[in-house]
Design a binder for this molecule. Structure first.
Ligand code: CO
Length: 218
């Protein structure tokens, strides 16, 4: 098992199955990719982007990191976004969080894991920003609320990048979405944090964040 033979066996079987379904699949795909979507999600192994939305290779451009965070100085994420928007000309960017996110939970519990605590500090900032309202959320719903808020804040971060700002200035058709995935039932939830231009940013952010508290504070 040193060479992970099982994974290579799986790979060959998958390639064979895929080719049986569509004999030209790999030949066509090897020439170009033309995805309409950029998925920015969590690295969690239970949230595989393509499978969740049942899209084939070539249909989804993907960036994943722990807790689906978009940081203005993260050249990795920004490079993915820039290439997706300016070269591939994706029409949609979705920030996808998930319930039960260990990264967000670590922040809520003040758990310490080492280097990653610095990365998760960005979620810590969100927690502190909304502390008063989060404290009004019943304890059993607080993790869900912070997970949803994190997505809404990251949607705003995506919108604020010069990549998206300039795309909108050019009149490029580009919509940013905020979703949350449920591990327990496999369902995606739309947080209705949909932004299609700069003018919509402030109102969308405010109403989406308000809905998080309306839903979770009873
Ligand atoms: Co996660």
């Amino acid at each position: 098992m040193k060479k992970l033979k099982n994974l290579f066996d799986n790979n060959r079987l998958w390639a064979e199955r895929t080719k049986q379904n569509d004999p030209d699949f790999f030949a066509t795909l090897s020439k170009q990719q033309n995805p309409e979507y950029l998925w920015i999600g969590c690295s969690d192994s239970r949230v595989p982007a393509n499978e969740i939305v049942d899209l084939l290779p070539g249909e989804l451009f993907v960036h994943r990191n722990v807790a689906n965070i978009v940081v203005h100085t993260d050249h990795n994420c920004l490079s993915v976004m820039q290439y997706a928007v300016e070269v591939l000309k994706v029409k949609h960017i979705m920030v996808v969080g998930h319930y039960g996110c260990g990264g967000v939970q670590a922040v809520l519990n003040d758990a310490k894991f080492g280097l990653i605590d610095n990365w998760l500090r960005h979620v810590g900032d969100i927690k502190e920003k909304h502390m008063t309202q989060l404290n009004a959320v019943p304890e059993e719903k607080r993790l869900d609320a912070l997970i949803e808020l994190n997505v809404i804040e990251q949607v705003r971060n995506v919108c604020r990048t010069n990549i998206v700002q300039e795309a909108w200035l050019r009149g490029q058709n580009l919509t940013v979405h905020g979703w949350v995935y449920g591990l327990v039932n496999g369902h995606l939830h739309d947080l209705e944090s949909v932004v299609t231009c700069t003018d919509e940013m402030a109102d969308t952010y405010k109403s989406a964040a308000q809905r998080v508290f309306d839903r979770n504070i009873k």
